[in-house]
Design a protein around this ligand. Structure first.
Ligand SMILES: Cc1ncc(COP(=O)(O)O)c(C=O)c1O
Length: 365
């Protein structure tokens, strides 16, 4: 396998990675999948186990109880909430619903959007996030980038893999530009709940004011439940709602995920705990590595950092390969547009694992 192939290992590809490097997959620590390391809360485990009989029933056809729980959690009307089989089903449903001719993606970003736009016959163009703006964009760049065919703007906020986020006020500027041109804006907030001051960055409150906005979230990362496949979207656009719902299969969320969601969204103790642990580890990791002068950290409102290697002859792929042989899996970002071969992405795990990774990085780079 060449370097260009090695650098495409996704965070969830632990099995493939283990096979390639002849490792025991159960020993690999994945700093690349961005999943919160605390695992499921005790409360969820107990309540879900006690309710395992839900498997013998169909979920609600309209998922009203689950949507009510989400409605309380995100403070948005239940009629504006659509649930899906992971945010992935909703990314697909939204892109199908908009069926964009020309979609703008703030890049580098998560790759699934591009695949979906392509599957629907649309064209996607990258608007580069600017390093000098800590990986945000200038509103004039957006204005100049819009063409008559543009009908969708896609952004991930906080962005994967750059970590930084536009504030709610900055999002308003983008939404106003989009509205002027009749453009729908899709914002993926998969990572927003990790942020200590997430209220400054949230787009959900804006769904009341902007009907050209749809916001997406899921439970895979923050609630450490990627196998559950549960996501949700919030929009006040009747056109989008009916179009997304019309293309969905009935019961696409199983009754275990339906029950788990109802429990998770009210588990305020767990939510606070995840945020606290993330904030502590983010601070520890940055402080430890930054003082060596070999790692540049960019602002992050997520549970991972975009880190630039500096003052070293090691590339991101060298670092990836070196670490993986010690069962430490990070994300080499050299396959992402605009990033070259000196960027890595690292999500926080528990303190002991983070310490091990920090030491391994310091001794190699
Ligand atoms: C930005 C982003 N959105 C969506 C997903 C997929 O989420 P889900 O498991 O909810 O389908 C991921 C997974 O890596 C992601 O990074």
């Amino acid at each position: 396998m060449s370097n260009t192939e090695i650098n495409t290992f996704h965070g969830s590809d632990v099995e493939a990675l283990a096979a390639h490097f002849n490792l025991d997959s159960t020993k690999i620590k994945s700093f690349a999948s961005n999943v919160n390391p605390l695992g499921l809360s005790d409360r969820l485990k107990q309540e879900l186990t006690a309710n395992i009989e839900v498997i013998t029933r169909y979920p609600e056809r309209d998922y009203k109880t689950l949507r009510t729980a989400i409605s309380k959690y995100v403070n948005a009307p239940i009629d504006n909430i659509i649930v899906g089989n992971g945010s992935t089903e909703l990314i697909s449903g939204i892109i199908k619903a908009v069926s964009p001719k020309d979609a703008i993606l703030f890049a580098p970003s998560y790759s699934e959007y591009e695949r979906e736009v392509g599957l629907n016959g649309g064209n996607i163009r990258y608007l580069p996030l600017k390093k000098e703006l800590n990986w945000l964009i200038d509103e004039n760049d957006l204005k100049n980038f819009i063409i008559p065919d543009t009908d969708l703007i896609i952004m991930c906020n906080p962005n994967n893999p750059t970590g930084n986020a536009f504030s709610t006020d900055e999002l308003k500027v983008i939404l106003n530009i989009a509205k002027e041109h009749g453009i729908t804006v899709m914002i993926d907030e998969t990572y927003i709940e990790f942020g200590a001051d997430k209220e400054r960055y949230e787009a959900i409150p804006l769904t009341a004011e902007y009907d050209n906005l749809v916001v997406l979230r899921g439970v895979s990362k923050f609630y450490a439940a990627p196998g559950l496949r549960l996501g949700y979207a919030i929009t006040s656009s009747d056109r989008l709602k009916s179009s997304i719902l019309n293309s969905k299969d009935p019961w696409s969320i199983n009754s275990v995920a339906e029950k788990a969601g109802i429990i998770m969204f009210s588990d305020t103790e767990y939510q606070a705990n995840v945020r606290d642990c993330t904030a502590k580890e983010m601070e520890y990791f940055k402080n430890t590595l930054e003082k060596t002068g070999k790692f540049i950290f960019y602002p992050s409102q997520a549970n991972f950092y975009l880190i630039e290697l500096t003052d070293t002859d090691k590339t991101s792929t060298d670092v990836f390969v070196h670490l993986v042989k010690q069962n430490l899996m990070i994300r080499d970002l050299s396959s992402f547009p605009y990033l070259g071969d000196s960027y890595i992405r690292i999500a926080m795990l528990n303190h002991e694992d983070n310490e091990r990774l920090a030491n391994a990085l310091i001794s190699y780079v």
